[in-house]
Design a protein around this ligand. Structure first.
Ligand code: TEU
Ligand code: CA
Length: 551
């Protein structure tokens, strides 16, 4: 075990914290979070014990999709600060032992990027072929492919008599990766950031770069892995970086390519199979289906087993595109604190690199704005427009939004119980969740039993006990509809993660071997449940009870 441990890459022992800069901390009273704001809060992030910060995009951008539409990859948007603020952030983070992971959006640029402004000047402009064009007639797009944020994936440019392809908004034209010049420009840009001391990259929708629109192919195009290997060889492999590819369309076979131990592609892949489980088969993410714990366990166990020894998992519940996990698999009412801790224990006990999304460590919840005008997300607004036009019930549409809108993750970070939760002194760009008086960082820092302190303990355990990094995963009680339990084994060291995913008592036939195990974390103050006279050691769990034990 010790031999294998020393072989481990730093990022296999790391925990990553994701910051959505717009919603983290405003420093200049314009209501929008910014880089100097992040610097002010670095000590808080450090306190959690994490190793790296994944920063959602801060590049120059018209902000059609909150920065995922980049108009200059080598500059910072004035809204977030300056290039020297960014350099200061890298430096200040480094001083605290924290690396900065930049978000690379390489599938598309903004339509205001210099390349696109040139590209649409004429068919023989040198930049024309940087994007994906097809000839056609106005009103008759090349095919019926749809864009993720509503409408056709083809946009007509009358001056050229051509359509351009966009998988996301019309303001996010897709780059043409077939063009070697595009790839070279991208590699030079990545190297430029590496020289600035960036510690890694998260690659936005990377599985969609090798599209073949004539064949209707978006994800997993034929040249995908060829492009990734080339990029990796020309850039990432020249440094000791953490790289994580976002891939909605990955299965374990593909993930083994993406995260091959020879480092030919990325360190790991961010895949979403466990996230899509409450979606009706063949429908959109807005069409909810009941949650099944048995399915969740199957999916997570499959990824644990398949990648063990031949790939590497990212572990996450939340990000800036997803609703808050405590509102989804936990209980954001009476059991909020306990269920938030339970979810954390189940995730952080697994093999892979855990990601914590800002506010998750406080057990922040979904938001329910009364009116659509309070929402800001381009995807949410597009959905509302489309479904209202299609005759859906307003209440049903709002119910989907409450459950799934990306804005659930984007309300301001809740720092304290002061005005606007300490996020800004003026009007925030999106409303603060009204529960900030109860749920905020200041209160949780002062409380040894808080969700924050529980996350902090989990992060520390991963550093303290190599079994969290190396242990082989084994699922217990796969058919149990309330209990999620598994072991991790490395040599003679064994971990047990035992959790009740329900708001009722639950019990299981826990093997004898765990009777005298040492408790590492537990989300209930006393072992004994006075109501039943039993403890988890008897296999008896209270609502949302969770424990990690070692032997
Ligand atoms: O998201 C990729 C993606 O396909 C989904 O997250 C999508 O945005 C939607 O939530 C699915 O319902 C990445 C970024 O994380 C996201 O914020 C960007 O909007 C998107 O790419 C485009 O760059
Ligand atoms: Ca600001």
């Amino acid at each position: 075990m010790s031999e294998r441990t020393t072989e481990r890459k730093w990022w296999q022992r790391a925990v990553v914290y994701q910051i959505y800069p717009r919603s983290f901390q405003d420093s200049n009273g314009d209501g929008i979070g910014d880089i100097p704001g992040i610097i002010q809060r670095l000590d808080y992030v450090k306190e959690l014990g994490i190793d790296a910060i994944w920063l959602s995009p801060v590049y120059r951008s018209p902000q059609d999709d909150n920065g995922y539409d980049i108009s200059d990859y080598q500059d910072i948007d004035p809204m977030f600060g300056t290039l020297s603020d960014m350099e200061r952030l890298i430096c200040e983070a480094k001083a605290r032992g924290i690396r900065i992971i930049m978000d690379l959006v390489l599938n598309h640029t903004s339509d205001e990027h210099r390349w696109f402004l040139e590209a649409k000047k004429s068919r023989d402009n040198p930049y024309h072929d940087y994007y994906v064009w097809r000839d056609g007639e106005e009103g008759a797009p090349p095919n019926d492919m749809k864009a993720a944020f509503g409408g056709s994936a083809w946009e007509w440019v009358p001056e050229l008599g051509q359509y351009y392809f966009h998988q996301f908004s019309v303001k996010q034209p897709d780059l043409n990766w077939e063009n070697e010049k595009v790839r070279r420009e991208i590699y030079d840009m990545i190297l430029w950031w590496m020289e600035k001391g960036v510690g890694g990259f998260r690659l936005d929708v990377i599985d969609q770069i090798a599209k073949e629109p004539d064949l209707g192919i978006t994800a997993n195009g034929p040249r995908l892995h060829e492009f990734i290997r080339e990029m990796s060889r020309e850039t990432f492999r020249k440094g000791d970086l953490i790289t994580v590819g976002e891939a909605w369309g990955a299965d374990p076979e593909r993930a083994k390519l993406y995260s091959a131990p020879d480092g030919s592609e990325f360190s790991m892949v961010f895949q979403f199979e466990h996230i899509g489980l409450d979606q009706q088969e063949g429908k959109e993410k807005w069409d909810l289906a009941p949650l099944s714990l048995v399915r969740l366990k199957q999916v997570l166990a499959k990824w644990q087993e398949e990648l063990c020894g031949c790939g590497w998992n990212s572990l996450f519940w939340d990000n800036h595109d997803l609703p808050r996990i405590v509102s989804r698999w936990g209980d954001d009412g009476a059991y909020r604190v306990r269920s938030a801790k339970m979810l954390a224990a189940v995730l952080h006990g697994m093999q892979g690199t855990p990601y914590i999304y800002q506010g998750e460590e406080l057990g922040m919840t979904n938001v329910r704005f009364a009116d659509i005008s309070q929402y800001r997300d381009i995807e949410t607004l597009g959905l509302y427009r489309e479904r209202m036009a299609a005759g859906y019930d307003r209440e049903d549409v709002m119910a989907s939004i409450y459950a799934r809108s990306r804005d659930n993750a984007r309300t301001p970070m809740q720092w304290d119980d002061g005005e606007n939760a300490g996020f800004t002194e003026k009007e925030p760009w999106i409303g603060v969740n009204p529960n900030y008086r109860e749920i905020n960082a200041a209160a949780q820092m002062a409380d040894p039993d808080s969700v924050f302190r529980f996350y902090q303990r989990l992060v520390a355990l991963r550093k303290e006990y190599p079994v969290f990094v190396d242990g082989r995963f084994e699922l217990l009680f796969p058919e149990d509809e309330k209990i999620f339990a598994y072991t991790r084994t490395s040599g003679r060291t064994r971990l047990l993660v035992l959790a009740n995913f329900s708001k009722e008592n639950a019990s299981c036939a826990l093997p004898e071997e765990w009777r005298d195990a040492q408790v590492l974390v537990h989300n209930c103050t006393a072992d004994l449940d006075p109501a039943t006279g039993k403890t988890w050691r008897d296999g008896a769990l209270r609502p949302y009870e969770a424990v990690i034990a070692l032997r």
